[in-house]
Design a protein around this ligand. Structure first.
Ligand code: FAD
Length: 278
């Protein structure tokens, strides 16, 4: 089974100590030759500068950086400024997202959906950026129906997205079914599975409930049965996620996007199991 390209996601650290740890993580992970590092952004602009700083440092070190850009709660002017800034720094890859909706009292801003952001990026900057968008094999939690969600995903591609990264999932059939449906609609961009390593049961359950990712019953029960035994949770998690990636690779996935949670060990272990390191 051949090797596949992969990318790695970071989030901007909140303290100087966490930033120092992220630098160590990054230097360990560059040895695996990921195609690029993406950097998340808190919706509403709160963490905008953290994203910029982390992405610029990655870029200056000579690695490809893909900062995430969310549009909900923002203005056209602020997005235009950020695009110009990234262009002037030589950054050429973005992950374009709506972001999570603000509280009922928050401002929605000039954009409603990621498709509008993608169209704006293309109108402002042409082909300068490689644009990734999000995809949801298990359906976005606020979608009015799976069919609508698929239609809106295709809108993002038609607006100018080059590739997509999925929300994480543990059921490969959801991914294959989604890719089939997109291709049946005549759309053939690479849809890269987002891979969430399993290291902590309670935080995985909490996060999965909010983002609409399903943890199959047999995985939940096994993880729950380990209680506080983190060694067993990690060992089982590695086995499950390795098998998931193998199925995805056999089924034709174009690569992997690892949600690192700013930790190197699980990504290293997965790459070793899958013989991905370049
Ligand atoms: P959209 O594609 O705009 O879709 C949002 C919802 O609106 C969906 O339910 C869709 O069906 C519906 N919809 C779309 N278009 C229309 C329309 N024209 N009319 C009616 N309904 C419509 N969040 C962050 O805050 N920061 C990040 O850095 C971040 N990174 C992410 C990275 C990845 C790979 C993924 C998968 C998610 C990420 N998220 C991030 C989460 C994301 O912001 C949320 O899932 C958000 O709720 C939706 O963003 P989107 O870009 O998918 O939105």
């Amino acid at each position: 089974m051949g090797s596949l390209p992969f990318s790695i996601e970071f989030f901007p650290p909140k303290t100087p100590e966490a930033l120092a740890r992220l630098r160590e993580t990054r230097e360990r992970l560059v040895r695996l030759s990921p195609r690029y590092f993406s950097v998340t952004l808190g919706a509403g602009g709160s963490a905008r500068d953290g994203t910029l700083d982390v992405a610029v440092e990655i870029h200056k070190k000579g690695y490809e950086a893909a900062p995430h850009l969310t549009c909900i709660g923002t203005s056209r002017e602020s997005i235009r400024d950020r695009l110009r800034e990234y262009q002037s720094l030589g950054i050429r890859h973005l992950v374009a997202l709506r972001g999570d909706l603000p509280s009922p009292y928050g401002e929605l801003g000039d954009f409603r959906y990621a498709s509008e952001l993608v169209a704006f990026v293309r109108a402002e900057t042409g082909d300068w950026f490689h644009v990734d968008v999000a995809a949801y094999p298990e359906v976005h939690p606020q979608a009015t129906s799976p069919q609508d969600d698929l239609k809106y995903f295709i809108n993002k591609v038609k607006a100018g997205a080059d590739t997509a990264i999925t929300q994480y999932f543990y059921n490969p059939d959801a991914y294959f079914h989604f890719v089939d449906a997109v291709q049946r609609a005549g759309v053939f961009i690479p849809i890269v599975p987002g891979i969430m390593p399993i290291t902590n049961y309670s935080s995985l359950v909490r996060f999965s409930d909010t983002c609409g990712a399903d943890i199959p019953r047999w995985i939940r029960l096994r993880l729950d049965s380990y209680g506080d035994d983190t060694v067993s949770i990690k060992a089982f998690g590695l086995e499950v996620v390795t098998a998931l990636c193998e199925r995805l690779r056999e089924g034709g996935a174009p690569g992997f996007h690892f949600y690192s949670l700013n930790q190197a060990a699980m990504v290293e272990a997965l790459c070793a199991n899958l013989r991905l390191a370049g």
